[in-house]
Design a protein around this ligand. Sequence first.
Ligand SMILES: C[S@@+](CC[C@H](N)C(=O)[O-])C[C@H]1O[C@@H](n2cnc3c(N)ncnc32)[C@H](O)[C@@H]1O
Length: 229
Amino acid sequence: MSSNIQGMFGRIAGTYDQVNHTLSFNQDIQWRKASADQLTRDGYVPKKVLDLCAGTGDFALAVKEKNPNAEVVLADFAKPMLVLAKGKANNKTGMGFIEADVLKLPFQDMAFDTAVCGFGVRNLDSLEKGVKEIARVLKPGGKAVILEFFKPTGMFAKTAYFFYMGSIMPARGAAISKDKAAYEYLHNSAKNFIKVKDFKQLMENNGFKDVEIEARMLGVAYSVVGIRK
Ligand SMILES: C[S@@+](CC[C@H](N)C(=O)[O-])C[C@H]1O[C@@H](n2cnc3c(N)ncnc32)[C@H](O)[C@@H]1O
């Protein structure tokens, strides 16, 4: 399963940003920025940040822009994604890149104070194992911010998923990326994913406290923030 996902993301890496920005009308950029702001809203200062499922690096770059002194490590198991991320980082200091599976992170316990993950956890073979790995590499008091599409619940999100993400998005994503299956997978993985309130519970059961949820675009996406116990 995960080797299929790894191969699929490797194949669509070259058009990934273009498809994201086109299909979301650039909202994805705002969502990552808002989640980076959410991280520091209460005066929290991230020092050593792990961006999981980092892809082409947009979430890591949003965090770095707001926190230029933070060291940010990008981890992803699709090498073509990381190659693009490295290019976009353009030799910025304090950025590292590592090919790694989120379910088997090559880091010691408590190696980071902050973890971010944008549109990544939905793809994990075991969500619980992924959350436990994130908790393992965070120091107590550290923060995790997960930005994701969850199973739509409100009327606006349900309508958006049904009409836009269910038909227009796979067709347009396929037209740009030439990979219809990938964009059908992305739609189905969101539609069939757990509800955000169940994800909050999963985080609370696996090492996090004070978990808060913020809706992006009336629940089309959500940002979930938790503190490592
Ligand atoms: C939808 S993209 C999100 C990329 C980026 N975070 C963003 O905000 O656009 C999902 C990324 O997660 C990576 N990924 C999925 N499962 C993974 C796993 N088990 N370990 C590491 N990376 C994984 C994929 O290779 C892909 O780059």
